[in-house]
Structures are given as structure tokens and as C-alpha cells.
Design a protein around this ligand. Structure first.
Ligand code: NDP
Length: 439
């Protein structure tokens, strides 16, 4: 904390990992002798830059840009770019740190990184978003490349932003290469990439429940968020026979006991980019809980009775009081779609309650895994079918589940997938670092 002051999210992410890996360090003192922990918490490189662009009124706007290249031990840096007003050095650093272990868990050759800006694309015209993306890439392009660092989307960065970023990258250095993932299908994107994080989340859940003689069929599910991850989670939950009854955005929460109208949700958020309150225009029988009416100690969505919960919006969106309410309402599993959506206190309570708990670095790794499949297709100048990519995604998610579950058993906490994920991810990176010498 002394060397990186005021980075609460980053401390939270590092504390979770460090607490989990004690049993591994106890058994393997060479990691400490070789200072692996001190090395791994320090990014290889952090880039911060000014982004200057012009809005539609001709006013000059200034934002901050970030790219944290945390670890290239297992492959090129890989991790999304987030555009949201809350972005700061701590957010990007925690996301980059988590990404190292998530990518390790996929079993693919991917290092860890993350980037972003405090730019808010909301209520900006397409032209403004394009000019911002061009200005952002005008600095970023010198630090990335198809075998160096391959960013993707995240909050506020969808296919539209990836397109503008890619266009500027190509203009600046003339390479048509797989430097970004999440591209549109007709110029290098992969089938299933848009769906991959949400679908992967549900595949992970099915593996976890199956191992405990349970399944998703007929389960009422709470989902937070209304973006890429939430929408595709809801879609796959329906395909598995479950009933997703909520979604949320930055303005409030929708509770629709009959089940979320997915077609309407997509139209509202993907096409109109509107607020969830408009959902009521088509479904007056649904309830909209505005953000101002949320409980002081948490989020309205977690106070609704259901059997499974999928936080898919943002970090620390599920508090200790929320976790308590979920447990009291008989929740059987909590699966993290967003990165670090549960506070440390909520996590402790969930683990103590013995609920099936899938940590984000394992459960939401389907997105980055499919990004690697996009990179592989780009490098081979080929395109795989939807069924082929989906099959590979299912295999990756099954393998991740097994890796976490087997490691949890090895360290005598069989149901603690958080411990399993943290130890398995850390051990893979640490061993590779030792093999690569003083890196
Ligand atoms: P999107 O931008 O598509 O959607 C984010 C959703 O969450 C929106 O509905 C947004 O509301 C809501 N939201 C964001 N920030 C807040 C906040 N501070 N308070 C309340 N609501 C908020 O992002 P994604 O779906 O891509 O990402 C969601 C989460 O999943 C993030 O944690 C991300 O890091 C993680 N993730 C994403 C992956 C991907 O492939 N996209 C891969 C792995 C993890 P509004 O609509 O009002 O803006």
C-alpha cells in the first residue's frame, strides 16, 4: 500500500489473492524465496496519457487514458478497455491484476492487462465517440500489437468503439492485424465473441451445479446489469430452462416476475441505448425500482427472492447486507459475471454460508477465452462456425471449472472455488515466471 497509495480496488483484489494462496506458499517456500509475490503485484508497465478531442459544439475536451500491461508471462497482454466516468488508476490496476489469473485459468497463452478512460460515451453522438476513440488510439497504438498487447471491450466499449479504435490503429501503422478482439464479424470478428462472457458464465454454472447433483432448470434467477454480459447471461439462462426475473442499469432495477422480456431489453439497451424505466411502457406489470430507492446498505436487486444470483454490472455491487439478504431468502448459488462484484465482506459471508459461489476470474473467463479464439482465427486467416466456437467455449469453461474444483480439493477446501481459482491461476503464472528467470 505504501508504493501505490489510494488504490482501494487494487488492494481489495490483491488481498483476496494473497489470503487465498497462503496454503500454497506454506507448501512451496521457493515462491517466497524468489520474491514471486512482490514481483507479481507490480505491473510490468503502466501507461497514462492525455486524450484531447473535440465535441460536436467544437469545444475541446480532455480525458485521461490508461493501459496497464501487468504480466506477459503467459503470452501477449490481454484484457479489455473500459470507458466510464468512474475509471481511475486503481480500477484499471485491479482489473489488470485479476486478468492475469483469469487468463491463466483458461489454459491459453495469454498475459494480463487492462485499459480505459474516464470518458463517458453515454449521451455522446456517434461522431463524438469516433473522435474520442481516434484520439485515444493515437497514443495507445504505439504500445500494442497482435503479439504484444491485444485489447478488447469492457464497460462502455462495444463493437462500435472497437471499430473506431481499429480504424485508427490501421491508419496509423498500416497493419491489418488482430490487434483488438470483439471486432465486427465482416472484418475479422469471431462468431460467439459477443455472447461469450454471458454464455460462458452459464456453462460454468451448469458444471458447478451438475457436480452437486443440481441444475439450472426452473430456477428463478436474479441478474444485475443490462449490458453485454447481463443480456447474454439472460439469453443462455432461458435456453437452460431457468427464469431470469431481474436486470438493472445505472438508473434502477427491473423486477419482472413473469421473466425478463429479452427482445425488449436488447432493443432498449443495444439499439436505443435508453434507460430501463422505458421497460414499463411495454410491461406495466413489471416493477421499476429507481436507484434513489435502493437500501442504504446495498442494491435493490439482491433483496428479491430467487434461487440463483448473477451480478453482471460492475465491481462491489453486492454488499455484505445484500449477501445476508440473499442467504435469508434461500439463494443456492452466486455466480460472478462482473469483475469483483462482491465486496470482501460479502464474499466472506457467502463462503461461510456454504452457498455455491463462482468467483469472477473463473466464471466470466469465457469472454477472454473466445477473444483468444478470435486471435487464432485472425492469425490463421480463417473463420470458424458458430457451433465450432461455441463447442470450444464450452470445453474451456468445463476445464476451468475442473481446474478450480481439483485445486480446491488438493488444498482441503473442496467447495471453495475461490481458493481453487486463486491458487491454480497464481501457481501457473508463478511457475512460468521462475522458468523465465528474473522477470
Ligand atoms: P456494458 O457496458 O455492456 O454493460 C454494463 C452494465 O452495467 C450497463 O447496464 C450499465 O448501466 C451497468 N453499470 C455499469 N456501471 C455501473 C454502476 N457503477 N452502477 C450501476 N450500473 C452500472 O459492460 P459489460 O456487460 O461488458 O461488462 C459488465 C461487467 O462484466 C464488468 O464488470 C466487466 O468488467 C465484466 N466483464 C465483461 C466482459 C465482456 O466480454 N464484455 C468479460 C469479462 C468481464 P447503463 O446501461 O446505465 O450504463
Amino acid at each position: 500500500q505504501r508504493s501505490s497509495p489510494c488504490q482501494p480496488e487494487f488492494y481489495q483484489a490483491t488481498e483476496e489473492i494473497l489470503q487465498s494462496i497462503y496454503p500454497l506458499l506454506d507448501k512451496n517456500p521457493h515462491y517466497l524465496q524468489q520474491n514471486i509475490v512482490e514481483r507479481i503485484v507490480e505491473p510490468e508497465r503502466q501507461i497514462m496519457f492525455r486524450v484531447v478531442w473535440q465535441d460536436d459544439e467544437g469545444k475541446v475536451q480532455v480525458n485521461k487514458g490508461y493501459r496497464v500491461q501487468f504480466s506477459s508471462t503467459l503470452g501477449p497482454y490481454k484484457g479489455g478497455i473500459r470507458f466510464h466516468p468512474s475509471v481511475n488508476a486503481s480500477t484499471i490496476k485491479f482489473l489488470g491484476f485479476e486478468q492475469i489469473f483469469k487468463n491463466a485459468l483458461t489454459g491459453l497463452s495469454l498475459g494480463g492487462g487492462k485499459g480505459g478512460s474516464d470518458f463517458d460515451p453515454k449521451n455522446r453522438s456517434d461522431n463524438e465517440v469516433m473522435r474520442f476513440c481516434q484520439a485515444f488510439m493515437t497514443e495507445l497504438y504505439r504500445h500494442i500489437g497482435a503479439t504484444i498487447d491485444v485489447p478488447a471491450g469492457d464497460i462502455g466499449v462495444s463493437q462500435r468503439e472497437i471499430g473506431y479504435l481499429f480504424g485508427q490503429y490501421k491508419r496509423l501503422n498500416r497493419h491489418f492485424e488482430g490487434v483488438l478482439t470483439g471486432k465486427a464479424l465482416n472484418w475479422g470478428g469471431s462468431l460467439v465473441r459477443p455472447e461469450a462472457t454471458g454464455y460462458g458464465l452459464v456453462y460454468f454454472t451448469e458444471n458447478m451445479l451438475q457436480a452437486n447433483d443440481d441444475c439450472l432448470d426452473s430456477k428463478k434467477c436474479l441478474v444485475s446489469g443490462a449490458g453485454n454480459v447481463a443480456i447474454h447471461t439472460i439469453e443462455k439462462l432461458y435456453q437452460c430452462g431457468a427464469l431470469p426475473i431481474t436486470c438493472s442499469d445505472s438508473t434502477g432495477t427491473i423486477h419482472h416476475a413473469k421473466g425478463i422480456d429479452l427482445i425488449l431489453l436488447r432493443e432498449l439497451k443495444e439499439e436505443r441505448r435508453g434507460s430501463l424505466i422505458e421497460y414499463l411502457d411495454s410491461h406495466p406489470d413489471a416493477e421499476f425500482i429507481p436507484r434513489k430507492n435502493y437500501p442504504n446498505d446495498g442494491h435493490a436487486v439482491w433483496r428479491i427472492k430467487a434461487e440463483a444470483a448473477f451480478p453482471c454490472a460492475t465491481q462491489n455491487e453486492l454488499s455484505e447486507a445484500d449477501a445476508k439478504a440473499l442467504c435469508q431468502n434461500g439463494i443456492t448459488c452466486i455466480v460472478e459475471g462482473a469483475n469483483m462484484p462482491c465486496t470482501a465482506e460479502a464474499q466472506a459471508l457467502i463462503l461461510a454460508a456454504g452457498i455455491h459461489y463462482a468467483p469472477s476470474k473463473a466464471a466470466n473467463a469465457g469472454g477472454v477465452a473466445t477473444s483468444q479464439l478470435e486471435m487464432a482465427q485472425n492469425a490463421g486467416m480463417i473463420q470458424w462456425s458458430f457451433a465450432e466456437v461455441d463447442q470450444r467455449l464450452q470445453t474451456v469453461m468445463k476445464d476451468i471449472y475442473q481446474r478450480c474444483a481439483e485445486t480446491a480439493i488438493e488444498f482441503h477446501q473442496p467447495s471453495n472455488l475461490m481458493l481453487g481459482a486463486n491458487i491454480a491461476g497464481f501457481r501457473k503464472v508463478a511457475d512460468a515466471m521462475l522458468e523465465q528467470g528474473l522477470v
